[in-house]
Design a protein around this ligand. Structure first.
Ligand SMILES: Nc1ncnc2c1ncn2[C@@H]1O[C@H](COP(=O)(O)OP(=O)(O)OP(=O)(O)O)[C@@H](O)[C@H]1O
Ligand SMILES: [Mg+2]
Length: 317
């Protein structure tokens, strides 16, 4: 039986910007199972990072519920939250700006242990830091080096070691390889996969790069303008995409085999503003198949085939 680690229901986040609300996340419902990687894809600004931060309660939602290990985290006191934070971590896109340039690598990795009182003394913490450095492929002799002395891939390894310092269960990986050279991306992804297996980690893996997401994810959620339009197992999504937006996204991914070559779907127009999203189906202004109903009525995310969810009037049962 698959264990639900995280259960998200009707999650909403509206930011206030001037007099208008930015509808960054608008009614997301999904689960993340223990030990899996859930990929989250979509164009820039569709709400991926906001979603990741909401699941960690680094942002307060406008509405909705989040259960972690069956518990309603939004009802937690700050003391309870501090405890649970040890179990939930984040790896950021930019290893350059997410590491304090004035701290040594060892101090950066040790910091969460100091904050959360892990380890009985400095010696114990030092040993754990050097152990973690070895685990992520950093020479422990670099303990006293500074972030600027490392290349991008190694800096991201520091970010990963820091995320592992408290022995977490759930890690939000927000575009963890997007800033890295392609050759280094594969190494960091392999490392993250090895660590996932060894420590039985659960990942929410955010990326705009579908080929990366396909490679790492068990299931994939596709977002458009603050909503999930399709959610399915990774292979199923690539072999049998249903939503016109997913089809358009997939058609832009290079396919190695000629037999599999998909017809390229070019989407018309820009992504509308989340301050004023289109009525009905948010995708209707760019959808080549939109009918009248799509302009007025928002489609719900429905299970159209087993474990395959789609929000589209044309595909609904
Ligand atoms: N603190 C904030 N205040 C106001 N608007 C915000 C804030 N954070 C995010 N937004 C807006 O919310 C929307 C979703 O942003 P988010 O960063 O979640 O998107 P994203 O999918 O992660 O994009 P990217 O791929 O560029 O990282 C965007 O329109 C963004 O401008
Ligand atoms: Mg983002």
């Amino acid at each position: 039986m698959k264990e639900k680690l995280l259960e998200v229901n009707n999650l909403v986040k509206h930011f206030t910007s001037g007099s208008q609300a930015v509808k960054a996340v608008d009614g997301l419902t999904f689960d993340i199972y223990r030990g899996e990687t859930l990929g989250l894809v979509g164009e820039s600004g569709c709400g991926k990072s906001t979603t990741g931060r909401l699941t960690l309660r680094l942002l307060e939602p406008t509405a909705g519920s989040i259960r972690y290990r069956g518990e309603d985290v939004l009802g937690f006191s700050s003391g309870q939250m501090k405890k649970i934070r040890r179990d939930m971590q984040i790896i950021f896109q930019d290893p350059y700006s997410s590491l304090d340039p004035r701290k040594s690598i060892g101090e950066i990795i040790m910091r969460p242990m100091v904050v959360h009182g892990v380890g009985n003394n400095r010696r114990e913490r030092f040993e754990r830091v050097t152990h973690l450095m070895e685990k992520v492929g950093l020479d422990p002799r670099w303990y006293h080096r500074y972030p600027h002395e490392l290349d991008g891939g190694r800096r991201q390894r520091v970010g990963i070691a820091r995320a592992l310092a408290l022995n977490p269960t759930y890690i939000v990986c927000d575009e963890p390889v997007s800033a890295l050279d392609v050759s280094v991306q594969a190494q960091v992804i392999n490392l993250m996969q090895d660590l996932q297996e060894e420590y039985h980690l659960t990942y929410l893996f955010i990326s705009h790069d579908l080929s990366v997401v396909k490679h790492v994810s068990n299931r994939i959620a596709v977002m458009y303008l603050g909503e999930i339009v399709e959610l399915a197992a990774s292979d199923e999504l690539f072999q049998n995409p249903q939503h016109p937006y997913t089809k358009a996204l997939l058609s832009a991914v290079p396919v190695p085999s000629l037999d599999n070559r998909r017809e390229r779907v070019i989407l018309q127009g820009d992504v509308p503003s989340p301050k004023n999203p289109p009525s009905g189906c948010r995708f209707h202004t760019r959808c080549p198949f939109a009918v009248e109903n799509c302009r007025t009525e928002a489609p719900r995310l429905q299970e159209t085939e087993q474990d395959h969810h789609v929000a589209c009037h044309l595909i609904a049962k």
